[in-house]
Design a protein around this ligand. Structure first.
Ligand code: FAD
Length: 322
């Protein structure tokens, strides 16, 4: 049965995050031929970003612009999105399982007195039933879930559901909605940028991650170079973060970021279960470790037993010649 689905978009410094387009693709599946309405909150003119959502498949977009929405707060965004949901009365809502999505969607679900399927890695239409797949037990198993009654509300893990091709011949209305945003209890006083900011680990296609085997912050330099050559970014195990080799914003795992890149290169990482929880669903895993018994080899598609300080420079050299 076709449904009206609201897709909550996310922008960072004026640019839409890729997960927004993935959420639109998921919204299309959930809608089963119905209408997909994008919602975008922020400040200033959101018309162009709204159009971008249309080019990726939204039938129309509602933007809510307000000075109080310049920076995300759960209070502000939930008021803005709730106002659109109230107008539209959708049968489905979908958003990326990002740090914002993880906070905003449960707040909205409780307001709407409905359930939520979080962190879906797959959405399929099985004869009109929308079935979500999501990892459980730190990624060791997957469960399939379906909402059989009421609002279909879900978040999707970045990098899992392919976006539709951008088509700028698509047309759809982008309308601005006025919402009185008030009573925000969180005041953002200052945004402190970490050096790693700019590339979002959870959306990166290639990650070169370093562990305690990297041995120092300087030891990360060859990994950064390899990431550069591959057009990727650097991540880390908690072992490397705890040792002070890199910032905690790079931590991947159960208590860090969950990533699903096309290529994950683990350098000097033993493969503790808490680390695997954050990366074992990567499409291709390459492990470089001098211990042939290291657990990381159990999840790796390709393993290189060797010293990372010999192997990584050789890889860089070879890749540069391609
Ligand atoms: P180690 O286990 O010390 O492994 C280092 C590896 O480097 C070894 O396998 C070694 O053979 C190899 N090595 C050394 N030198 C070289 C070299 N020159 N070349 C090649 N290989 C080399 N960990 C996470 O990563 N993310 C999390 O989110 C996380 N959350 C946790 C939550 C809880 C509640 C707990 C208890 C732990 C958590 N941990 C997490 C920690 C986790 O258990 C491990 O301690 C951690 O992942 C180990 O990091 P590591 O693999 O870098 O270090």
């Amino acid at each position: 049965m076709s449904k009206k689905v609201v897709v909550i978009g996310e922008a960072r410094e004026g640019s839409l995050r890729n997960v927004t387009f993935e959420a639109i693709a998921a919204g299309k599946i959930i809608s089963d031929g119905g209408e997909v309405i994008g919602v975008l909150c922020g400040s200033g003119d959101l018309q162009e970003s709204g159009k971008e959502m249309v080019y990726y498949g939204a039938d129309r977009v509602v933007t809510v612009s307000h000075d109080e929405l310049q920076t995300y707060t759960a209070d502000g965004y939930s008021q803005a999105v709730s106002a659109v949901i109230e107008d539209e009365d959708p049968e489905g809502i979908v958003m990326g399982h990002t740090s914002i999505g993880k906070e905003l969607t449960p707040k909205l679900a409780s307001k709407l007195e409905t359930g939520l399927i979080s962190d879906a890695t797959e959405v399929v239409n099985e004869g009109g039933n929308i079935v979500f797949t999501r990892p459980i037990y730190s990624g060791k198993a997957f469960e399939k879930k379906e909402i059989t009654d009421g609002l279909v509300f879900a978040t999707i893990r970045p990098n899992n559901i392919p976006p539709l091709n951008r088509d700028d011949s698509l047309s759809g209305e982008v309308t601005a909605k006025e919402v009185e945003v008030k009573g925000i209890r969180t005041i953002i006083k200052e945004l402190i940028r970490k050096s790693s900011e700019g590339v979002d680990l959870s959306e990166a296609k290639v990650i070169v991650a370093g562990g305690r085997g990297v041995k120092s912050s300087e030891g990360f330099e060859p990994l950064e170079e390899l990431a550069d050559v591959l057009g990727g970014t650097v991540g880390a195990s908690r072992g490397a973060c705890d040792a002070g080799y890199c910032d905690y914003s790079l931590q991947i795992g159960q208590t860090g970021k969950v990533v699903t890149p096309d290529l994950y290169i683990a350098c000097g990482i033993s493969g503790a279960i808490q680390h695997l929880a954050g990366m074992s669903n990567s499409k291709v895993i390459v492990a470089i470790n001098k211990d042939p018994e290291a657990n990381i080899f159990n999840v790796a598609d390709y393993g290189i037993v060797g010293d990372l300080f010999d192997v990584v420079p050789k890889l860089i050299e070879e890749l540069k010649e391609l």
